[in-house]
Design a protein around this ligand. Structure first.
Ligand SMILES: NC(=O)c1ccc[n+]([C@@H]2O[C@H](COP(=O)([O-])OP(=O)(O)OC[C@H]3O[C@@H](n4cnc5c(N)ncnc54)[C@H](O)[C@@H]3O)[C@@H](O)[C@H]2O)c1
Ligand SMILES: [Zn+2]
Length: 383
């Protein structure tokens, strides 16, 4: 029997702009295929964002109604936030709208929202008709500098983060910095943790840029902030598109640095910890662990702690010291096995040997993890 082999060519269209729904902004028009007349276009927007930005809904309607070659089907508000990933309600709501409006594989679904919202709508779009065109408009720092430019979507199920989902390349991603203006300062800052992560794993110059511009970065607006989001998004996208494993068939997941503990801590804290906050702890944990192994320079670790504190991010949380009733070891340790399950195959944890220099390990010493958490707890109150 022959083995058939084929490749599918994807374009990952990523754009950066301001005021994308201003009538004279051409960013979206230049990305959409205007050849085909009367293509349906529909907007699914996170309700919280339409509420905080009172004229956004009207602006969206004006913008799309003016796109003459398209058949605009309206802007629908749906729930977002992590709660929208916790059951099938929002997913079903999105399917209902997609079905009722006759959206097909040549139509565009524009999704405007945070990372959680984009995950749910992404799953709805990947599954309706086995895939309709999705144009993402991320509205949080984290969604712009990381998840929005990714090729994954998911909801949580069986008590596990992102258990049900698929890989699907969006038709386009439009990062409009103006959409971040309504986000509270803390949220704008927190999402920068994924930029710190990708810099630590991939790009020492970028890491130094953040350290050297920390005060400016903490304002979470203006040039430094936008440069960091853009560079982070590009590094994430470059890894996905050029790293040779876009759909994560292999065992290695450099973009998930610090995430084995983070995913578990989100769940253990009953989602009191946001993804960004949990990643901050997970990243500090794995970095301190590398310091303990003698792999990573403590002065860089201290720089990281200072930076995350400047961004109001935690290095520790009470969920870190919860114990598992049966094993009597730290409950977060179960995150190692869950991470392995999620990856498939054997456990691979990425550790740092320097900024931008990585090495994978297949196991971690649980006593050393506990020691690191104890030290992070001490560090939490130090300025
Ligand atoms: N698919 C992927 O590759 C991937 C990668 C990393 C993270 N994620 C997922 O992303 C999610 C986290 O995303 P997030 O950090 O964007 O959080 P989020 O989507 O939960 O949004 C945080 C809060 O901000 C609000 N909000 C969003 N945009 C706003 C705006 N412009 N103005 C005012 N309020 C606004 C939301 O309503 C929500 O309450 C997690 O579920 C995580 O698992 C997915
Ligand atoms: Zn993440």
């Amino acid at each position: 029997m022959p083995n058939f082999s084929f490749t599918v060519d994807y374009q990952h269209r990523i754009r950066f702009t301001h005021d994308v729904f201003h009538i004279e902004n051409l960013t979206l028009r230049e990305v959409l295929n205007v050849e085909q007349k009367n293509t349906k276009i529909i907007v699914l927007a996170e309700d919280a964002i339409l509420e905080v930005s009172s004229n956004l809904g009207a602006q969206i309607n004006n913008y799309f109604q003016a796109l003459e070659t398209f058949d605009y089907k309206g802007c629908y508000p749906l729930n977002g936030g992590e709660a929208s990933k916790q059951n099938f309600d929002v997913l079903k709501h999105a399917w209902d709208i997609i079905e009722a409006q006759g959206v097909d594989r040549h139509s565009y679904v524009v999704a405007i929202g945070g990372g959680a919202f984009l995950d749910v709508i992404g799953l709805a779009c990947a599954t309706a008709h086995r895939g309709v065109r999705l144009v993402r408009f991320p509205t949080t720092t984290l969604a712009q500098d990381d998840s929005g430019v990714g090729v994954k979507n998911a909801i949580n199920a069986f008590g596990k983060k992102n258990f049900l989902g698929s890989f699907a390349v969006p038709y386009a991603v439009i990062n409009d910095f103006s959409l971040l203006q309504t986000l509270p300062l803390a949220e704008r800052r927190h999402g920068l943790i994924e930029a710190i992560k990708v810099a630590l794993v991939k790009d020492a110059d970028f890491f130094n840029y953040m350290i050297n511009n920390a005060e400016s970065l903490a304002k979470a607006q203006g040039e430094v902030f936008e440069t960091v989001i853009e560079q982070s998004a590009i590094l994430h996208a470059k890894h996905i598109c050029e790293g040779g494993d876009a759909f994560e068939q292999g065992n290695s997941r450099p973009l998930d640095y610090g995430h084995w503990a983070a995913h578990k801590l989100e769940q253990l804290s009953d989602f009191e910890l946001s993804h960004a906050q949990a990643v901050s702890i997970g990243l500090c944990l794995d970095t301190l662990y590398a310091v303990k192994l003698g792999w990573f320079d403590i002065s860089h670790f201290n720089e990281i702690v200072q930076l995350v504190k400047l961004l109001d991010l935690p290095v520790w949380h009470p969920a870190c010291e919860l114990l598992d009733a049966e094993s009597e070891q730290l409950a977060v340790i179960a995150g190692l096995n869950e991470f392995r399950e999620h990856l498939g195959g054997e456990l691979n944890i990425l550790l740092l040997k320097g900024v931008g220099i990585v090495e994978e390990v297949q196991q971690m010493d649980t006593a050393l993890i506990a020691q690191c958490f104890a030290e992070l707890k001490e560090l939490k109150d130090l300025v």
